[in-house]
Design a protein around this ligand. Structure first.
Ligand code: SF4
Ligand code: SF4
Length: 122
């Protein structure tokens, strides 16, 4: 790694393979503003929200309340869910109006089984 590259990564707060555990930031510390998108929290999700475009009335309550900004919009309508950042908290399903019930929380294990069986997961 060149000095210039090394300096750049340190300036940006990124960890490289040469770093050890002492270089890791303290828990709860955000070393750089606007860096949340770099943390793919979706890989520790155990329950996945499944969105139904057929049932959705696009009230956008899920978008307002999602703590990870993982509800994707297009032209003011819910387009889908960003599973790289959705951590499966279930807030979107809780906030979706009960009568609409357009988001269902499904265990990841069940989704994998259904994908393996090539069946509809909803
Ligand atoms: S489960 Fe949580 S993180 Fe995922 S889309 Fe819903 S509110 Fe956002
Ligand atoms: S809260 Fe439910 S109905 Fe409202 S936009 Fe989200 S998924 Fe659609």
């Amino acid at each position: 790694m060149s000095d210039a590259t090394q300096g750049a990564s340190e300036k940006e707060g990124r960890l490289e393979p040469r770093h050890g555990w002492r270089d890791m930031p303290l828990g709860g510390v955000i070393p750089k503003a606007g860096s949340a998108t770099e943390y793919e929290t979706g890989d520790w999700r155990s329950i996945r929200p499944l969105h139904s475009k057929e049932r959705c009335i696009n009230c956008l309550l899920c978008w307002v309340y999602c703590p990870d900004a993982a509800i994707r919009l297009q032209d003011g309508k819910v387009e889908g869910i960003d599973y790289e950042h959705c951590k499966g908290c279930g807030i979107c399903a809780k906030e979706c109006p009960q009568k609409v019930h357009a988001i269902e929380m499904v265990p990841e294990g069940r989704i994998k089984e259904m994908e393996a069986g090539d069946r509809d997961v909803r």
